[in-house]
Design a protein around this ligand. Structure first.
Ligand code: TEU
Ligand code: CA
Length: 541
């Protein structure tokens, strides 16, 4: 019996399979490798694994370009390996969340191979085709990965839309046949026993390209409600999380309406964009303003309360590693990694841990030829051609390149960090000799055990799951602090975001009964000051 809304009380771990654990020495992570690491994840205490795509794919966008939704790419294993993973995870009370890429397929998907044979082909309308205008694209819609979002196909005499790479043609969700194909495929996976789905760029399926509308299109929620009715609601308490870059709290109340009509929750990215120059996108940086972070995260905590459900994350396979981004990956790497974890895991919502975050894995600085991601390699070419200096471009790549998250998981200090016995598809971060799982698991004061304790506290104290959120010390320029209240219990979380000691009149918020639940310094000074990146969680009852 699956507990009702179990997904509110669990912590999800994201695996990027290609970089997690290789089992056959080809340098690429695979499903059997994941099975071999389930005991490690069970020890951490997580209840679900979000698996980045493992379906058949030419790997142009490393699996987010799918050519067969109902088969596993041989580089990751077989359908039997997938079924074994689902079963072995279930034995450890861990559910598998599949990554569904419904907005686009690979151009090597049979549907697209058929579609481009001619306008009279039954699959032509599975995709978005438009006439050009005097030999130019229909409009100036751009691809996320650079260049035009329109690609000319001479055999058809038209352009097709691709909001991502040219090898990722957008599906035409206005076509009921496309929607039904997707529903059939999802129900097939539900039948395999998956515990839920992550929906890749799902806010784009309502696009209206002629009006240059991509996210939050007029029919978006109609499509999502049909999708949910035809699939998720037929499953057994599935965790469904939509990736919605353009979500606001009001839109999120539709996406994660408690009536279950759409998703369990969404990934919103407002906090993730706070160190980007306004209107300039991810590559042009500005320092994080802590007051903005406090305002944004508090807004999402308070505005969704009782009406929708938050996801909580710092990292994923597209984002730089948080300890390098907003912590300190040098002198205070361990303290700041624990501080950032405390801030997130004390909040209302379902926390997500990205592989290696629980070890304090850091960003990397490689030579351009050692990078693999289509997005950053295109940025490099484009900006060098535009005359940017190599140093400027590399600084952006070091800070925000997606490969920061995709270097292999660091298991131990043996060759290639125990990730593979072969040559890894991408270099292992050279700091693996100091930062790896074996050291963490054997060290009770490690970041791993700190995350394990945070996960356990969420299981032990329902005030962490269901308590009301209140920001405290809102004006403090260096500290992010809040309290959670449920009936007669209160949690207080205080986090120093700075690399120096700060004063904090904490006793104003404390009662005599205050009990320290967790701290990232083994000894504690007086209540009224916090050391560099110091974090504490108190219980009052
Ligand atoms: O990402 C959506 C997306 O827009 C991101 O690619 C984001 O814009 C970019 O990473 C910013 O640097 C999803 C997947 O998470 C991503 O891995 C895929 O590349 C993309 O969709 C296309 O499927
Ligand atoms: Ca392998």
């Amino acid at each position: 019996m699956v507990p009702k809304q179990w997904w509110k009380e669990t912590v999800v771990y994201q695996i990027y399979p290609r970089s997690f654990q290789d089992s056959n020495g080809d340098g690429i992570g695979d499903l059997k490798g994941i099975v071999s690491r389930l005991d490690y994840l069970q020890q951490l205490g997580i209840g679900a694994i979000w698996l980045s795509p493992v379906c058949k794919s030419p790997q142009d966008d490393y699996g987010y370009d799918i050519s067969d939704y109902q088969d596993i790419d041989p580089m990751f294993g077989s359908l039997e390996d997938m079924e074994a993973l689902i079963d072995e995870a279930a034995k450890r009370n861990i559910r598998i969340i599949m990554d569904l890429v419904l907005n686009h397929t690979s151009d090597e998907h049979p549907w697209f191979q058929e579609a481009k044979k001619g306008k009279d082909n039954p699959y032509y309308d599975y995709y978005v085709w438009r006439d050009g205008i005097e030999g130019t694209p229909p409009n100036d819609l751009g691809s996320t990965f650079g260049g035009s979002a329109w690609e000319w196909v001479p055999e058809i005499g038209q352009y097709y839309l691709h909001l991502f790479s040219v090898k990722q043609p957008d599906l035409n969700w206005a076509n009921p046949k496309v929607r039904q194909e997707m529903y059939n495929m999802i129900n097939w996976w539900i039948g395999k026993g998956v515990g839920g789905f992550r929906l890749d760029v799902i806010d784009l399926i309502g696009k209206e390209p002629d009006a240059k509308i991509t996210g939050n299109g007029p029919l978006l929620h109609e499509y999502i409600r049909e999708l949910s009715r035809e699939t998720f609601q037929k499953g057994n308490e599935l965790l469904t999380v939509g990736e919605t870059w353009g979500a606001t709290p009001d839109i999120a109340k539709l996406y994660s309406n408690p009536d279950g009509s759409e998703f369990s929750m969404v990934f919103q990215f407002e906090h993730i964009s706070l160190d980007e120059q306004v209107g300039k996108g991810k590559w042009d940086l500005k320092p994080l303003d802590l007051m903005e972070l406090k305002t944004v995260l508090s807004k999402w905590q308070t505005e969704l309360k009782g009406e929708a459900w938050n996801s909580l994350f710092w990292n994923n396979h597209d984002l730089p590693r948080i300890v390098s981004r907003w912590g300190n990956d040098g002198e205070f790497r361990v303290e700041s990694a624990k501080m950032l974890a405390t801030l997130l895991h004390g909040m209302q919502g379902t926390p997500y841990i990205y592989q290696g975050e629980e070890l304090g894995m850091t960003n990397v600085q490689y030579e351009i030829e050692d990078y693999r991601d289509i997005e950053l390699l295109r940025l490099y070419r484009e900006r060098i051609e535009k005359g940017y200096t190599e140093q400027d471009v590399m600084e952006s790549i070091y800070a925000k390149g997606r490969d920061n998250a995709r270097t292999p998981m660091q298991w131990n200090d043996s060759k290639h960090a125990g990730f593979t016995t072969g040559e890894p598809w991408i270099k292992v971060n050279p700091n693996y000799t100091d930062i790896h799982a074996a050291e963490n698991v054997n060290n009770p004061n490690s970041i791993f055990h700190y995350y394990r304790q945070l996960i356990q506290l969420r299981k032990d104290y329902e005030v962490i799951v269901y308590g009301d959120y209140t920001l405290i010390f809102p004006e403090h320029p260096d500290v992010f602090a809040y309290k959670r209240t449920l009936h007669d219990k209160q949690i207080i979380v205080v986090c120093n975001f700075r690399g120096y000691k700060v004063e904090l009149p904490l006793q104003e918020q404390m009662t005599e009964s205050a009990k320290l639940l967790l701290a990232n310094y083994s000894d504690h000074l007086a209540h009224n000051e916090l050391r560099p990146y110091e974090a504490r969680m108190y219980l009052m009852e």
